[in-house]
Write a protein that binds this ligand. Structure first.
Ligand SMILES: C[S@@+](CC[C@H](N)C(=O)[O-])C[C@H]1O[C@@H](n2cnc3c(N)ncnc32)[C@H](O)[C@@H]1O
Length: 266
């Protein structure tokens, strides 16, 4: 994901600015990374690059909107190399919790050791398969206050059951007025072929997440969601349909980004 963000950052018409993405890529793969990337990477980047650009811009906007609407705490679930805590213009007092595995957060901290967060950034080293709500509370998260959640780059890697369990936990931690930005990318033949040519691990990464239209499964958890076809969001930013989700291409499938809300009064 960092590599795809770095590619977008290098475009003149970029949809966001992420000066940290390239740093992660070089730290992980050395200066020659772009020349030695695994076979299949270029095909995967061609399929997913536009989708990552569009979703990054969309989530930047949605998170800042949620904070402006009153969410003073933000949780980036499976934050990975997401640098939003450093690169977005957060209002004072915003706390951004980054939840990921300890070794991932340690790598990120090492790469960004000389960077200043633009908010109160809190690392929550935990495993999403374990009692992460407790780890989040122990890190200072306030369940009584509205939260802006980001669920990016994770749902598709979960089984439908695991995805619903995650949404249950998110819901149980969410006060009235909370907002959750999410994406939903069912697997499709084009993506599967590209991933298979990178590695077996990548090929098996996609488990699908919750089935069906996202507004329905957020509704089952008590939220009101607006899910938007990623093609429509791309068009609003002046971009073509992201290749993996362009019905004009063989092997493509649907893809969504969206935002779910809990009413402000219980
Ligand atoms: C595809 S990356 C997405 C990262 C980030 N949200 C983004 O969009 O750039 C998936 C992330 O999930 C994290 N992850 C995977 N399994 C996890 C687990 N069991 N507990 C916590 N984080 C996990 C990985 O470390 C990785 O950072």
């Amino acid at each position: 994901m960092a590599a795809l963000r770095a590619l977008e950052d290098g475009r003149e018409d970029r949809l966001f600015h992420d000066p940290y993405a390239e740093r992660f890529v070089r730290a992980a793969g050395g200066d020659g990374y772009w020349d030695t990337a695994p076979a299949g990477w270029a095909a995967f980047a061609a399929l997913m690059g536009e989708q990552v650009a569009v979703r990054t811009r969309y989530f930047d906007e949605e998170l800042l909107r949620a904070v402006a609407e009153g969410c003073e705490q933000v949780v980036l679930l499976a934050s990975g190399m997401d640098a939003r805590a450093y690169r977005l213009d957060w209002p004072d007092r915003t706390r951004v919790f980054e939840v990921d595995l300890a070794e991932v957060l340690a790598f990120k901290a090492a790469v960004l050791r000389d960077a200043e967060p633009a908010c109160q950034r809190v690392e929550v080293a935990t495993d999403l398969r374990l009692d992460w709500p407790r780890a989040l509370r122990e890190a200072g998260f306030a369940p009584g206050a509205p939260t802006a959640w980001l669920i990016e780059g994770i749902l598709y890697a979960l089984t439908p059951e695991a995805a619903h369990a995650l949404l249950d936990r998110v819901t149980s931690l969410s006060a009235p007025g909370s907002v959750a930005a999410f994406e939903h990318l069912p697997d499709n033949p084009a993506l599967r072929t590209a991933r298979t040519s990178i590695s077996a691990e990548m090929a098996n990464l996609w488990l699908g997440g919750p089935e069906g239209e996202p507004g329905l499964w957020w509704g089952r958890h008590g939220w009101t969601a607006q899910a938007r076809d990623v093609r429509e969001v791309a068009a609003a930013y002046g971009r073509p349909a992201p290749a993996a989700f362009d019905p004009a291409r063989d092997g493509s499938g649907p893809g969504w980004v969206g935002t779910a809300r809990l009413p402000k009064t219980g």
